[in-house]
Design a protein around this ligand. Structure first.
Ligand code: MRU
Length: 355
């Protein structure tokens, strides 16, 4: 178990409030496993923005627990002021990163929980909020486990599996989405060989995916992003699984920059390409991929390696953090409810209606 995002009680045992949001500082991996504990809104915003905590479901969990941590310090003396402070903090967290829909989903869920309760007592409102964050985290862990169970059916003994970025325990409450079927296959004694794309520019594949799989004793090989085609040509890959940051109603899926290229390569080499994500990553309000907002990040992430310029200091760079895989390149979407198949417009809608 990797405790990526947790609620840390700081008061009497079992009291829930007061407490803090506790997160692994992923910017320091794989060299150091360190944690950040905070109840400060600016630190939580900064942690999401700087990718201290990252991966769509983990961002949602951190924001939800973060609301509980920040609002427990509220000095509001009545419900109206408490709700206003909650909405302000939620809007602030919403502005940290634009693409992963789980962030907005989790924040909306926490705010709605308070709006729907008629509670006037501030201490009890704080408790409801913290409990909602903890439920979101616990449900995420469950959903990831179920994704693993459904995804396991796609894996055969001896498979080579390619993944991009990190959609593992470090990106979720635990187990991951794309990596969950791999953990389960390993648990069941199936031999799998995972190829982890390095994932430039921030190296989530080599720093994070390789770290967590290696730690779990799973056979993992890191490759540079530009090697995926060759590895496929050499017939080392039987299956590609990646996560998603937002899935549109028609199945178009945004994920880490480079995923689109991997999907095209998989199609060319006739290798099944699957997306793994919980239902909280599906955004029915976004009809198709072109409407998904793509985060643009600071150019120095590309210009610098290890804090030193590896490109001219003033050179233009383009640094979109995500791209969108069109639905026709996707063999299936593994969710906690099962594997959704084409036409995704119908299968996604049916799966959300059968909750
Ligand atoms: O920029 P990041 O590291 O937050 O991007 C993460 C990804 O693209 C993951 O693949 C995605 O969030 C799915 S995580 C289960």
């Amino acid at each position: 178990m990797i405790d990526t995002v947790r609620w840390k009680e700081t008061g009497e045992k079992g009291s829930l409030v007061p407490g803090k949001l506790r997160m692994i500082d992923q910017t320091r991996l794989p060299n150091e496993l360190t944690y950040i504990e905070t109840d400060q809104a600016e630190e939580i915003y900064d942690a999401i923005k700087r990718l201290v905590v990252r991966g769509a479901p983990a961002i949602g969990c951190a924001a939800a627990l973060g609301l509980g941590a920040v609002l427990q310090n509220s000095k509001a003396s009545n419900r109206k002021d408490f709700v206003a402070e909650l909405k302000r903090t939620s809007d602030y967290f919403s502005s940290s990163r634009p693409t992963a829909v789980n962030l907005f989903w989790a924040l909306n869920r926490c705010v709605s929980k308070i709006l729907e309760s008629s509670e006037e007592n501030i201490k009890r409102l704080k408790l409801i909020l913290v409990n909602e964050g903890i439920s979101i985290l616990e449900e995420d862990i469950q959903m990831c486990r179920s994704i693993g169970e459904h995804g396991l059916s796609l894996i055969k003994d001896g498979f080579g599996i390619l993944t991009h970025c990190n959609a593992g325990a470090l990106a979720t409450g635990d187990f991951g989405t794309a990596l969950s079927p791999i953990y389960l296959a390993h648990e069941k004694g199936l031999k799998v060989k995972v190829y982890s794309d390095e994932t430039r520019p921030l190296l989530q594949g080599s720093r994070l995916t390789a770290w967590e799989l290696h730690r779990a004793g799973i056979d993992v090989t890191t490759i540079c992003d530009n090697m995926a085609a060759q590895v496929m040509k050499e017939k080392k890959i039987n299956l590609v699984i990646t996560g998603a940051d937002r899935i549109a109603a028609n199945g178009d899926s945004a994920n880490k920059i480079g995923t689109y290229g991997v999907a095209i390569l998989a199609k060319y080499h006739d290798i099944p390409f699957y997306i793994a994500a919980p239902s909280s990553t599906i955004d029915m309000k976004t009809k198709e991929g072109s409407a998904i907002p793509i985060e643009q990040r600071n150019g120095d992430e590309i210009r610098k390696i290890n804090n030193k310029y590896s490109a001219p200091e003033k050179v233009n760079v383009y640094n979109p953090a995500f791209d969108v895989v069109p639905n026709d390149l996707i063999s299936g979407i593994i969710t906690e409810k099962g594997i959704l198949r084409k036409p995704f417009l119908t299968s996604i809608e049916n799966s959300l209606n059968n909750s």
